[in-house]
Design a protein around this ligand. Structure first.
Ligand code: NAP
Length: 528
């Protein structure tokens, strides 16, 4: 496949008038061609108009047909796996094996969300029959289902160049919902985005989808991105990235004459609590498990455990010594981009200078020009310092973690209450310790979207029951998830039909159930 650095506008490829930019190999600093041309507001208008036009037809597609489109995307990604993996590896420094695994996950996700659309899971059809004899007033016939919102803008994530990028979870869930997508690719993997964008375009063509079902505009977030979010024809936004970026999009969306939802997944430090019983039993094993999770993927996961709570004692002492030696010996890894690496190094420096915080270990890394390497870091503090310094909850995106040593259970509870919203919270303990720590669990359930027991937060399963979300600032809307089939719900809204003749109802709500969907009939779930 020949890469040309062009944006995608429906079935066309366009060379925007904006400035050219090239991809950079973060392992060497070398430029990788071709040049990518930044889009302009004229391109934004064209993409939004095309998407709104496509929505009229695409929103009428049954779930089965949407599933066919998603499946075809997955097939094309698989057929082009070698080219995708090679380019993603060059642009992000992520190892080939990781890219292969992530591609498999991306395809699985496409198919799973497609199945959810076909099975009726996303339609959520409900029927309440009329009761003309009800006293004092007759009951109307009411039927409801979830309908797509309209064109969705997706901001790709830097840290998942496949699974949360051009054909990633946000795009898959918007398509499964019946919404056209306009992608604003991440600058960290321009060529990977082009390859995948062209495959989505091909799938759309083969499935005879309306042209504007998919567009992709290269450009800077602050102009093209904001212009997309503010465009009156755009109806929702999906985003993964920094808190400041997500917040800027939330504010832009809220200031529109017609505000729209922004589903932003932002920073999280994913606290891990170790209870003393389990800590005294196997401190070295826990340290090894935590080290693996902190340093996985050079720490560049939104579920990276950046904050650890332990109760002082002999077990915690051994745990810290072991963790210190493991972190110090961690081999350096290439980070996704030079900017991200600079932000990581600045975060490590800030924690190194923080009063009351001790740097226990900093692994070596090549800091030379063109080398975006991050060395793993371990910090420790006491609960008093943590409770007094809100900034110790700032995300340091990379392989760094802070251990807070507490002197009592009360201090642990106090610290838990101070936490901001998180994607995950983890508890390590013996089963017999759980009863005595019920209050801690109850607090954590108010703070995080996913609670993990005796495990580590990295590794997010794509599943029906997955919640990858959490109260602000982990996400912009703690009622949502960006992973798992519930992610589709973000791009749907309920509509009720009252007293409509059967023939005028959508197929999903007709008495004969022609699509054979599971439906809630007079309050009872009826399977086809
Ligand atoms: P980012 O800076 O938030 O950028 C993500 C996307 O949002 C890019 O397309 C960017 O456009 C756009 N954007 C950023 N700020 C914007 C603004 N003010 N207005 C409009 N658009 C804006 O995230 P990143 O590049 O992936 O990484 C930077 C930092 O984000 C990391 O150091 C880390 O702290 C955090 N991060 C967190 C997670 C997580 O899941 N928790 C994941 C990745 C990154 P441009 O193309 O112009 O940059």
């Amino acid at each position: 496949m020949k890469l040309e650095g062009l944006s995608i506008l429906g079935q066309a490829r366009v060379k925007p008038a904006g400035k050219p930019n090239a991809a950079i190999n973060p392992a060497t600093g070398a430029v990788i061609g071709p040049d990518y041309f930044w889009s302009t507001t004229a391109d934004v208008d064209a993409a939004a108009e095309l998407a709104a036009e496509a929505f009229v037809e695409f929103s009428r597609w049954h779930g089965k047909r949407r599933e066919g489109f998603l499946k075809r995307i997955a097939e094309l990604l698989e057929a082009n796996a070698a080219a995708i993996v090679e380019r993603a590896n060059q642009e992000t420094g992520l190892p080939v094996a990781r890219m292969q695994g992530e591609l498999a996950r991306t395809c699985f996700q496409m198919r799973q969300y497609g199945e959810a659309a076909a099975s009726g899971l996303c339609a959520g059809a409900r029927i309440d029959h009329a009761d003309p004899n009800r006293k004092p007033l007759p009951k109307p016939d009411l039927r409801s289902m979830m309908l797509p919102l309209g064109p969705v803008v997706v901001f790709s994530a830097s840290n998942f160049p496949l699974a949360y990028s051009v054909a990633g979870g946000d795009t898959a869930s918007a398509f499964a919902a019946g919404c056209p997508v306009i992608v604003k690719p991440h600058q960290g993997h321009l060529g990977t985005s082009e390859i995948i964008g062209l495959l989505v375009q091909q799938a759309a063509r083969e499935c005879q989808a309306p042209a504007g079902i998919f567009s992709m505009l290269y450009g800077a977030g602050r102009d093209v991105g904001i212009a997309l979010v503010k465009h009156p024809l755009v109806k929702a936004v999906g985003f993964t990235g920094s808190r400041s970026g997500g917040r800027a999009l939330m504010d832009a969306a809220a200031s529109r004459p017609e505000p729209i939802p922004v589903y932003a997944e932002m920073g999280s430090i994913n606290p891990v609590f170790f209870l003393s019983g389990v800590m005294n039993q196997k401190p070295e094993e826990l340290a090894a498990g935590l080290h693996g999770s902190v340093t996985l993927g050079v720490g560049q996961f939104c579920t990276n455990p950046g904050l650890i709570f332990v109760e002082r004692g002999s077990g915690a002492k051994v745990f810290l010594q072991k963790l210190e030696s493991l972190i110090a010996a961690t081999a350096p890894g290439t980070m996704l981009t030079a900017d991200l690496c600079a932000a990581y190094r600045a975060g490590v420096e800030k924690f190194s200078q923080a009063s009351g915080v001790k740097r226990l270990a900093l692994a070596s890394a090549d800091l030379g020009p063109g080398k975006a390497q991050g060395g793993a870091a371990l910090f420790a503090t006491d609960a008093e310092t943590f409770l007094k310094n809100h900034h110790l909850m700032d995300e340091v995106f990379g392989p760094s973690t802070l251990v807070v040593q507490c002197s009592s259970r009360e201090q642990i509870l106090e610290a838990a209450k101070r936490l901001e919203g998180q994607l995950t919270a983890t508890l390590h303990g013996l089963p017999e310790e759980l009863d005595a720590n019920r209050e801690l669990l109850e607090i954590l359930a108010t703070k995080a979207g996913r609670l993990v027991f005796n495990g580590f937060p990295t590794g997010v399963e794509v599943a029906h029951a997955m919640t990858h979300g959490g109260p602000y600032p982990a996400t912009s809307d703690g009622r949502s998830t960006s992973v798992g089939t519930r992610a589709v719900d973000r791009f749907l809204r309920p509509v009720s039909y009252q007293n409509f003749p059967d023939a005028a109802l959508p197929d999903e709500l007709k008495d004969s159930n022609p699509l054979k969907l599971a439906r809630l009939l007079n309050g009872k779930l009826i399977l086809p």
